[in-house]
Design a protein around this ligand. Structure first.
Ligand code: 13P
Length: 244
């Protein structure tokens, strides 16, 4: 089954979120044939969960701390995400890495904590433009995935999000996506060999209803992690339909 996840980032108020969810549910087939997720800001988690979980849509946190509680002002703990109705958590988004100093060492602990609290980690990886131009793309992806040697195996989704394609309207070209996803699959096979886990690899970065069908046709593209286009219920419903 393909997966489509809306990453709302730091957008929408409760009024807007309600309108989005109601419209999405009206537009969606009762059995959409795809795994759907929404990652709202923390203040909206309870509300969005109550609206969409009865319809089979999963709710994700956008980040989570490795400690279950404590003196970490401004952070949110995995058990709090669960309590708010989440079944998964986005970890390692490039905006967290870039603007909030998220490190691979911290991510190792966060993935373990997510598993401990029965949350599905959606691990984001991807290279910057400078790294791509320097021919380092695969090395960067390999490095970012090497934390799986520390975490050990477990349920996981991975999103390949080239940093230069996020919010820029400049989607990665098919050949670039194919190369990256094939490499990610090979690395996942190496880290998870002999285990039961089959990890879907999503693409993220300027996904729109115009570009999604082509992306979904590429090998090892199991779906999309969507920012801008996921703030519009009509566009997101279209993406869900395309994935189904
Ligand atoms: P855009 O779809 O706005 O490029 O954002 C992608 C993203 O960062 C999803 O996590």
């Amino acid at each position: 089954m393909r997966c489509v996840v809306a990453n709302w980032k730091m957008n929408l108020t409760s009024h807007e979120a309600r309108a989005f969810c109601e419209d999405l549910l009206l537009r969606m087939a009762p059995d959409p044939g795809a795994e759907i997720g929404i990652a709202p800001p923390y203040t909206l988690l309870h509300q969005v969960s109550e609206l969409v979980r009865p319809k089979g849509i999963q709710v994700f946190g956008q980040n989570g701390h490795a400690e279950p509680k404590g003196a970490f002002t401004g952070e949110i703990a995995m058990p709090q995400l669960r309590d708010a109705g989440c079944s998964g958590v986005i970890l390692g988004h490039s905006e967290r890495r870039q603007f909030f100093g998220e490190t691979d060492a911290a991510l190792t602990q966060k993935i373990k904590a997510a598993w401990q609290w029965d949350l599905l980690p959606l691990l984001c990886i991807g290279e910057s433009l400078a790294q791509r131009d320097a021919g380092q793309t695969l090395a960067v992806l390999g490095q970012q995935l090497s934390i799986l040697a520390e975490t050990g195996p477990g349920p996981l989704w991975v999103a390949y999000e080239p940093v230069w394609a996020i919010g820029t309207g400049r989607r990665a070209e098919a050949a670039q996506v194919v190369e990256a996803h094939a490499f990610i699959r090979a690395e996942l096979n190496r880290h998870l060999t002999g285990t039961e886990y089959r990890v879907p690899i999503l693409y993220g970065g300027s996904v729109t209803p115009e570009s999604f069908p082509e992306l979904l046709g590429l090998p090892e593209v199991a779906g999309g992690l969507v920012g801008g286009a996921s703030l519009d219920s009509r566009k997101f419903a279209e993406l869900v339909k395309q994935a189904g």
